[in-house]
Every structure is written in structure tokens, then in C-alpha cells.
Design a protein around this ligand. Structure first.
Ligand SMILES: [Zn+2]
Length: 69
């Protein structure tokens, strides 16, 4: 019998992004330590990573599943 609770969407997104580590495209800096800065805007989650090495910016956008109607 499973007593696992379903994870929150945020946790799942976080795990998904953990696999996609923050890495700077400009200089190849591996930003695992810094991680992503997360902001949400209703239906989507924006991830932003500013490279501490060259100040390049990486962004990802993940759309949340549409809410129940
Ligand atoms: Zn960089």
C-alpha cells in the first residue's frame, strides 16, 4: 500500500530542473551551487540563472499544467 503523497508541482519542476543543471552557455560555468532563481507568473514558472563568472543569463520557462476547470 502506497502512502506516498503526490508532490507539489513546484517540487516536481525543481527535480526536473535539477537534472538540467544550471550551466552558462557563454563560458561553460557550471552553476550547480548557485542554482536557479525562480519566479512564477500564474501559469508558468520562470527560472533564471545569472552566471557569476561572465554575467551571462540563462532562462528557462516551464508551463504549469492547466488548472482544473
Ligand atoms: Zn558564464
Amino acid at each position: 500500500m502506497s502512502i506516498q503523497r503526490s508532490r507539489s508541482p513546484f517540487e516536481r519542476l525543481r527535480q526536473r530542473l535539477d537534472r538540467t543543471s544550471a550551466r552558462c552557455r557563454e563560458c561553460g560555468y557550471d552553476g550547480d551551487d548557485a542554482g536557479w532563481h525562480v519566479t512564477t507568473s500564474g501559469r508558468s514558472v520562470h527560472y533564471r540563472f545569472v552566471c557569476p563568472s561572465c554575467a551571462g543569463v540563462e532562462t528557462r520557462e516551464v508551463r504549469l499544467e492547466s488548472p482544473r476547470r
